[in-house]
Design a protein around this ligand. Sequence first.
Ligand code: RET
Length: 280
Amino acid sequence: LPTASPTGVTPIPSVIPDSPEHQFVGETGTKTLWVVFIIMLISSGVFSGLAWRVPVQKRLFYVITTLITITAAISYFAMATGQGVSVHHIHIREQHDHVPDTHHEIQRQVFWARYVDWAITTPLLLLDLGLLAGMSGAHLTLAIVADLIMVLTGLFAAFGSEGTPAKWGWYTIGCLAYLIVVWHLAVNGRAAVQAKGQNVSSFFLAIATYTLVLWTAYPIVWGFADGARRVGVDGEIIAYAILDVLAKPVFGTWLIITHAKLRETDVDLGGFWANGLNRE
Ligand code: RET
């Protein structure tokens, strides 16, 4: 197991089997990261290819959705190549009845690249949903700010000192911020979408429900993996991989196919998006 090098820096071995003391990515985890990288890359190619077939005026959802999968592809590339990850030292104190407390340390890889990814992609996903529903800029902005707070507090929680109240304090703030996001979609999003008619309303209801179910799984996975450290690094990678594929490429395909079929889903940004293009 890792020994200090002459520089005093502990080298990170590429593959150490997950053990209670050394929680590092294994072969399955690395393979999974590469597979998701490829899926995100292909989806980005398909979404941007489809965007070419429609006039610029109608490309907004395609562009947002492509940015989401491109960002994910970059983040997965970083994680698969071993960047975007740092080793977190976790001090564990065991209390015993009649003998002095014992101490030991666990090392675990924490993929901070995920949080960079989420800080960019979850606001873009909310933008997709908010524009679909025709939410006001005011509500959408507040939903996005709450979402950023959710991701950043999640990052602080992931690096928070183990066993201190601060760690779960950050997590609690993140969960409260998430509830604000849910509230904006469920209340303001649903109210706004009524004006777009029955077809868009029922589509919004379906895709927003799908989104909320998936998103709710993230803090649960986090709780077992980064929170309680009960799930190893490979398990964490696989769980997030499934969720990410459902929340990005599958979500995007559903949105774009429906948008192409339903004219009422067209977005009017009052000239901002295609200002002047009609004169070409
Ligand atoms: C954290 C921990 C803090 C509390 C909460 C979380 C929620 C994360 C979510 C992530 C969604 C990510 C998506 C990614 C890609 O498509 C940060 C785990 C509530 C909801 C959808």
